[in-house]
Ligand binder design. Sequence first.
Ligand code: PEP
Length: 250
Amino acid sequence: MSRKKIVAGNWKMNTSLSEGIALANQLAASQPSDQPQLILIPPFTHLMTIKAITDGTMIAVGAQNCHQEAKGAFTGEISAQMLHSCGIPYVILGHSERRQYFHEDNHLLSKKVISALGQGLTPIFCVGEALDIRNAGHQNDFVFGQLREGLFHLSADDFSKVIIAYEPIWAIGTGVTASPQQAQDMHAYIRSQIDIQYGTDIATDLVILYGGSVKGSNAREIFAGADVDGALVGGASLDAEDFLRIAGGF
Ligand code: PEP
C-alpha cells in the first residue's frame, strides 16, 4: 500500500509576518524529502510570502478556510477561486474551531467542499467528536454523520481528491492526545465507511490524517497505526524543530 504521507501545520491565527517568514525559512532550509509531504497552512495574509519561500522546495502551502461562493459582497471573506488564482493547492475545511466559533455546519461545509474542488483545490476536511460524545461511546456515529452530510454528496471522482483529518475536539490544543489505538480505530472505521460508500479502491487510497496535540515526542507511535497517514498539527507546527521531528516520525 503506497498512500501518500502528509504532515500539515495549521498555524491558525498565529505569527506576525516576520515570524512566519522565519519559520518557513527554517523549514525550507532543512530540505525535507518528498515523504512525508509537508504542508504549511499560515494565515491568509502570509500565504503568498510563504509560498514564495517554499516554491522550488518539497514543501506545499495551504489555506485555513475559504468561502463557498466564488466572489461577491462578502466582506472579509476569501474564495476558493482566489486561492486557486494564487496557486494555493490545499484548503482546510470544517476545522472544529470554524464549526464552534463561526457556526459552520455540515450543510455549509458541503458547499465549501464543492467550491474548493471546483477550483482544483484539495480540501483537508476535518471531522471529530467532542468529549461528551466520546464518553457516551457515540464517536463513530457522530463522525459518520459529519462524513455523510459534509462529503457523501460528492461523486466518486471528486471524493477521491479529498483528504480527511480526524481531529477529536478533546485532543485539540489540550495536550491530551488520542491513544494510538483510539486514532487507529477511528481511522479504520472511517476507511470502512468510505469503502461502503465509494468502494475499496477509493477507500484504500484515501489519506486520513490524525490531529490533536501531535508532537515530536508522540508522532511515531501515532503514525504506527496502519490507517494513519500523517498529521494535521496545530501548536507544534509553530516550532520548526518539533514540526520536523513529527515528520521524522514515519
Ligand atoms: C489543530 O488545530 O488542527 C490541532 C490539531 O491543534 P493541536 O495540534 O495544537 O492540538
